[in-house]
Unconditional design. Structure first.
Length: 276
């Protein structure tokens, strides 16, 4: 894992899945590491699956779009391991019927100033090194899982869920820096193998979700096509829980409700069901 990310966007790697572009963006799992759906290009269908089998189906979540915060019961320096986080990830059945698990990993997390600069280089211009990228380095653990809709040998991502554990102060600061960056980079062009794409970001606060939460609306305009990706980000104590609802598979409400369910499970499994 090389710790680099050329892609400027949270969900840029999802472009391969949704059909906007094939390559041109490198993912970074070990460091800055927003979740990549590139694994959807290599689904793992059961050998017994046939074209006559019932088609997988994405199902809208029915749970509430709320989750309790955990700041009052969190030990400030506590960091959960990647394996502990992995156990909290939602099962594929959460997102629909007959869906499958794609790429899943648990590993160390790192975000440095230089990694953020590489990730957002298309927004910066030249050798600019702005202060809003944040000077701090954040280290902890993460777990990521992709849920796939697979028919025959073809697969595409439905949702990507991610948990990052940091000391509480670092989690709070990292969340602020990520929002600051997107507010400074609301629109820019990014390079892809077949040409240039226009990326647009908007950040909106979310209420009654964890200790704090926000929604990212990410639009990619490429060769006359426009795709909109939603990602919901919730801080539960020192754990950052996020869900990307892939364009064409999940809308804004679906994404927020899935993220709320992940945040509730995070609080219950890691901090105790009866606390907070």
């Amino acid at each position: 894992m090389d710790g680099r990310r050329v892609a400027p966007a949270l969900a840029a790697a999802l472009v391969m899945v949704t059909g906007l572009a094939g390559c041109g963006h490198e993912t970074n799992r070990a460091g800055e590491g927003e979740a990549s759906a590139s694994a959807a290009a290599s689904p793992r269908p059961s050998p017994s699956r046939t074209q006559e089998s019932p088609a997988p189906e994405v199902v809208a979540p029915t749970g509430p779009a709320t989750a309790p915060g955990r700041d009052t019961v969190t030990r400030p320096q506590q960091v959960f391991s990647g394996k502990e986080l992995e156990k909290v990830l939602l099962p594929d059945s959460t997102f629909g019927r007959r869906l499958q698990r794609g790429d899943e990993h648990a590993m160390p997390f790192e975000s440095t100033h230089e990694q953020r600069r590489q990730r957002w280089q298309f927004c910066l211009g030249g050798d600019e090194d702005p202060a809003w990228l944040g000077p701090a380095t954040y280290r902890g653990a993460e777990a990521v899982a992709h849920t796939l809709r697979v028919i025959g040998n073809e697969g595409e991502a439905v949702a990507v869920q991610r948990l990052v554990s940091l000391p509480v102060a670092s989690a709070r600061d990292h969340m602020r820096v990520e929002q600051d960056i997107m507010r400074h980079c609301p629109s820019f062009s990014s390079d892809m193998e077949a040409g240039s794409a226009q990326e647009e970001y908007a950040v909106e606060p979310l209420e009654e979700l964890g200790d704090e939460a926000y929604l990212v609306i990410h639009k990619i305009r490429y060769e006359g096509d426009v795709r909109t990706e939603y990602s919901a980000h919730i801080r539960v104590g020192g754990v950052l829980a996020s869900v990307i609802g892939v364009a064409g598979m999940a809308d804004r409400e679906d994404t927020v409700r899935w993220a709320a369910q992940l945040a509730r499970e995070t609080g219950s499994a890691l901090y105790g069901a009866g606390q907070g």
